[in-house]
Design a protein around this ligand. Structure first.
Ligand code: FAD
Length: 475
């Protein structure tokens, strides 16, 4: 009875729930669908698509070791996915299709359509919890709703984890070889340009690399994570987000590595480990929010009353933000980091997102889209959650009156200006005091090839506070 594992955002063989279940059930073949039309609709970044393809090549090697043939098929958008799966199942007499759950409205519609279509052919579909520690809907408030407050959600997660930890699966043994050839692997997808080799080099593909990155982080940086996680010039965070987003490493592998580095303690012991596990739970939280409140998956604000904010149509300001020429060094350096590396430090994501949505009063959806089009770790739940947090339109978001001042954030988190100097060579010669706010030098002393700020921080702060105060029902 041939089994099919349909790989999506789980590009690994180790600790892959659907793959292990398929191989336990019978001779298994694997499938990956190229769906560039859908990727365009979802604003997936070219560097992210390239990362998927590079990981697919590594995965093909791992699957070959297990004697699992890998088929690659094209189904431009997700409307055509059920037909593509039916075709593959028909060609290879597949009796059961296994896949790990994916979240988001479009993903869930796609998966239901596939199950419905295959059922007509007598083929069963099996779905598994793999991307998260807890299935959405299994952690609820006492009144039976989804948590809206992270602190309460976290408490509930920790209580469940104290009772039982989800285990990593044992390594897979090769199956008997099948008489089915793997398909050639694509190295590029039309309309998704390959990124620069310097960007590729920052994010090597493959689960062996991801696991090594995790191990090095736990051995060398986990204990200091709490102290260093907000300093963009330091390698203080794991930089595992692209690997978690594409499923090149599992959330269980991350959790167990953190526990191993903290003598098995979840919520005590090293403050670094506790803080890092907390971040893994933010990832979990935002995905549960996506499922519990599907409007956020459809570009609606979590807090409906904020839809009335008077967003500015300001294409020149938006372009200056996107291109890193706002005249505020920390914003410009962060936006250049994003463009050059496909990644941005978390502290800077918050600062740049708040600057766009608050100081520039530009709709957070513009920023969400731009990030998604650039990020190698772009993930609907985390990106939407981060944007709505920063714009104060989301669940458990920052209060609207707690605006970050980009200059004082820069002084606090990059005190020597090391991050600024790296990304803004034109400010190279400025002292650690002046580099955060070169326009304050005035006239003759201001750097010649660096713009003056596109917005006055004080006035724009007052403007957004007034806009929020004018909203109905907002305190
Ligand atoms: P670490 O600090 O090492 O954290 C470990 C892992 O926990 C991360 O890899 C990530 O999977 C998860 N994580 C950490 N912080 C968060 C968080 N606040 N929310 C959800 N998950 C988190 N993260 C993405 O993975 N994809 C996105 O598209 C994304 N967009 C964001 C947009 C904005 C405006 C903001 C404020 C945050 C966004 N984040 C996103 C969250 C966070 O910035 C990144 O996960 C983090 O910077 C990745 O770096 P790291 O792997 O070194 O993180």
């Amino acid at each position: 009875m041939t089994q099919l594992i349909w790989l999506r955002r789980d590009l690994r063989v180790s600790d892959n729930t659907a793959l292990s279940a398929a191989m336990a059930a019978g001779p298994t073949i694997a499938l990956f669908l190229l769906t560039p039309g859908q990727w365009r609709i979802h604003d997936d970044a070219p560097c992210k698509v390239d990362f998927w393809l590079r990981n697919l090549a590594e995965l093909a090697t791992e699957l070959r070791r297990l004697n699992v043939p890998l088929l690659i098929r094209h189904a431009d958008d997700w409307q055509t996915v059920p037909a593509a799966l039916r075709q593959v199942c028909h060609e290879h007499a597949v009796r059961a299709v296994h896949f790990n759950d994916d979240y988001g409205v479009d993903e869930q519609r796609r998966d239901h359509a596939v199950s419905d279509a295959l059922r007509q052919d007598g083929i069963i579909t099996q779905r598994y919890l793999d991307r998260l520690l807890f299935a959405p809907g299994t952690l609820l408030t006492q009144s039976g709703g989804y948590f809206k407050v992270f602190g309460q959600f976290r408490k509930s997660c920790l209580a469940r984890l104290q009772l039982s930890l989800p285990r990593c699966l044992p390594p897979l043994a090769p199956q008997a070889p099948l008489d089915i050839a793997s398909d050639p692997l694509p190295t590029a997808v039309p309309s998704f340009a390959a990124p620069a080799s310097t960007l590729q080099a920052l994010w090597p593909a493959g689960e062996a690399h991801a696991y090594q990155r995790l191990t090095v982080f736990v051995d060398e940086a986990l204990d200091d994570y709490q102290q260093r996680r907000d300093l963009p010039a330091e390698p203080g965070t794991s930089q595992l987000s692209p690997y978690l987003a594409a499923g090149v490493i599992s959330i269980r592998q991350c959790l167990h590595a953190a526990l191993a580095g903290n003598r098995g303690e979840l919520d005590s012991g090293s403050s670094g480990a506790v803080a890092w596990i907390n971040e893994l739970l933010w990832r979990e939280f935002y995905t549960h929010i996506l499922v519990g409140y599907p409007r956020v998956s459809m570009h609606r604000a979590f807090r409906a009353e904020t839809e009335a904010l008077p967003w500015r149509h300001a294409p020149d300001d938006l372009a200056a933000w996107q291109e890193g020429r706002t005249g505020l060094p920390i914003i410009d350096a962060a936006m250049r980091q994003l463009r050059e590396t496909g990644w941005m430090h978390n502290r800077l994501r918050m600062i740049t997102a708040m600057f766009l949505s608050k100081n520039l009063l530009i709709d957070w959806r513009e920023g969400e889209r731009w990030f998604m089009r650039q990020l190698i770790d772009g993930d609907l739940a985390a990106n939407n959650g981060g944007w709505q947090w920063s714009a104060s339109t989301g669940t458990d978001a920052v209060p609207y009156f707690r605006l970050f001042n980009p200059i004082s954030q820069s002084q606090r988190f990059d005190p020597e200006g090391r991050f600024l100097r790296h990304w803004l060579p034109e400010l190279q010669g400025l002292s650690r005091r002046d580099i955060h706010n070169p326009s304050a030098l005035g006239g003759l002393f201001a750097p010649v090839n660096y713009p003056t700020p596109i917005v006055d921080l004080g006035e724009s702060r007052a403007r957004v506070l007034a806009a929020f105060r004018d909203l109905p029902q907002v305190q």
